[in-house]
Design a protein around this ligand. Structure first.
Ligand code: NAP
Length: 492
């Protein structure tokens, strides 16, 4: 794509402060001379209020399918009950699997770490994990959320992170997981990272447990280069990273997929500031810089980025959030419009002290993941499977001893009751008496040396349990290539 081209971009003003920050970013892009045909589209609170439970109307989906590039303001999400987040829906509908969030020391934005050269990029898996949003109430008072991590989803985002490192000449990729606790989900992400790292011999691979990453961010953030992580971990540590370099007012992001890219600030709709012309638009302007690079408008991207640096460096237009951090004059802080005017006036100027960064986020295109060896159809087909038994989750008010006796009687000849657990802790057989939440798991396995239970035997077991108890869920216990595809309970 050449700089002379016109681009089509879907712009979603969004909720709260969204219209103010998108207006600001659009003004700056236009002032930089980039030719964009904007398709304005709706998503978020107003759409929910009209009764569209997805928060993303079909006209908006159609526009994104046409333009494949989105600049969006934040969208308000109903909390607790009700509809799903329209943000998450947008990311998932268009399979934008890599959420890229740079956190770099900025000129004129003093922080505790100023001068240390913080310059990291967090690459957050953007589609899977607990954000799959598959939740079920198991009983009136026990909720469950499924954490989905796939090999393919992990490979895509980890490859993205390594390719980004290679493209930007970065030297280290840190994989941040909770693999020590969630061995089959976070552990899979870590294993895929370790399998893929040798393909990038010039890049140092490192694995850290996510809680230590939080600790190291606070202690010595400049040690990080690229951090790749699962969805929830990435959500939290990227906000933490933004706090290291000046706060949410400065934190930009891009959501990249094979087809579509969505650019947005990390922050939300900040409702208390909505309509007051006081919010800091830098985060969305820097997200727009990422968008310009994605569109191949590298010169314009550099021009806008430099104008932001000059504006911050000069201190001539300081927004409220920054004034608060620096003990400046909040009363006379720059408005959103005033700050945007200053950035526009600074287009074409270069900062005296540009950030000491290692590079720019220049994803000209999202790398399309190559099919991985481990996912090749023939290799997948060769994986052996064995059904070992079933876990049956049961709502019950009975004492553990009585429940276990009942379940033993229900087991039948093809299966035996191995354990009863409560929230992952073994409470039968044995002496442990956990605090009951009236929800238990009975683990039924084929007797030692016994054949795999048949479908009929499993259904008959459920029938016998269901005749006397309220079962809420069943999980097959499978072994793949001889490895258990399920975890043991604590205390087992
Ligand atoms: P938020 O909107 O990000 O605001 C939290 C705080 O961050 C603000 O009160 C303000 O701090 C500061 N802040 C945010 N943006 C700023 C900016 N541009 N300039 C200066 N300071 C800024 O988070 P929230 O209040 O938790 O969420 C509000 C709504 O946004 C929720 O409905 C949430 O679901 C949604 N949300 C949407 C997205 C998205 O669209 N991608 C992301 C996150 C949240 P002070 O109070 O200290 O001034």
């Amino acid at each position: 794509m050449t700089a002379a081209q016109r681009h089509r971009v879907t712009v979603i003003p969004g909720d709260g402060v969204g219209p103010e920050v998108t207006r600001s970013a659009v003004r700056v892009i236009e002032a930089a001379g980039v030719a964009v045909d904007w398709e304005e589209a709706e998503a978020g609170a107003e759409v929910f209020r009209r009764g569209d439970s997805s928060g993303v109307p079909s006209e908006t989906r159609d526009s994104i399918e046409r333009t494949r590039v989105v600049l969006k303001g934040p969208l308000e999400t109903p909390i607790g009950f009700g509809e799903k987040s329209a943000n998450v829906t947008l990311r998932k509908l268009f399979e934008t699997y890599a959420n890229v969030r740079p956190a770099r020391e900025l000129p004129g934005v003093p922080t505790r770490y100023a001068g240390e050269g913080v310059d990291m990029v967090i690459v957050r898996e953007n589609v899977e994990d607990l954000y799959a949003g598959i939740e079920h109430m198991q009983t009136p008072d026990v909720g469950q959320c499924l954490k989905i991590i796939s090999r393919k989803g992990s490979e895509k985002v980890i490859r993205y992170a390594f390719e980004l490192a290679r493209r930007e000449g970065r030297t280290k990729v840190t994989c941040a997981t909770k693999a020590n606790i969630m061995k089959l989900t976070e552990g899979l992400f870590k294993r895929v990272f370790e399998e893929m790292a040798p393909e990038y011999p010039e890049i140092e691979p490192e694995h850290l447990i996510i809680d230590n990453v939080a600790h190291q961010f606070a202690k010595a953030p400049a040690q990080f280069d690229i951090v790749v992580t699962t969805n929830l971990n990435g959500d939290i540590i990227s906000d933490l990273a933004s706090g290291l370099v000046g706060g949410l007012g400065f934190a930009a992001s891009g959501n990249y997929g094979a087809e579509v890219a969505i650019f947005e600030a990390v922050h939300g709709s900040a409702p208390k500031y909505a309509g007051r012309d006081v919010i800091n638009p830098t985060a969305l302007i820097l997200s727009a810089v990422m968008m310009l690079r994605h569109l191949g408008e590298h010169a314009a991207a550099d021009t806008v980025e430099n104008a932001v640096f000059v504006t911050l460096e000069s201190g001539a237009a300081v927004t409220q959030d920054l004034a608060r951090q620096t003990g400046g004059d909040i009363e006379h802080a720059a408005s959103t419009t005033g700050y945007t005017d200053a950035v526009i006036a600074n287009l074409g100027r270069r900062p005296a002290n540009p950030p000491r960064g290692r590079g720019h986020v220049r994803p000209a295109q999202s790398p399309t993941p190559r099919p991985a060896w481990s996912y090749a159809a023939d290799a997948y087909g060769r994986i052996s499977r064995r059904l070992v038994g079933v876990d049956v989750m049961i709502e019950s008010d009975l004492s553990v001893a009585v429940l276990a006796a009942d379940l033993e009687a229900a087991a039948g000849p093809a299966l035996r009751l191995e354990t009863v657990t409560s929230r992952g802790t073994k409470i039968w057989p044995g002496e442990v008496v956990g605090d009951s939440v009236r929800w238990y798991t009975g683990r039924f396995v084929a007797p030692d040396g016994g054949a795999e239970p048949s479908e009929g035997e499993i259904l008959a077991l459920l029938g016998r349990i269901g005749a006397r108890h309220r079962w809420t869920q069943v999980e097959r216990l499978q072994a793949f290539d001889g490895q258990d595809g399920f975890t043991k309970a604590a205390g087992e």
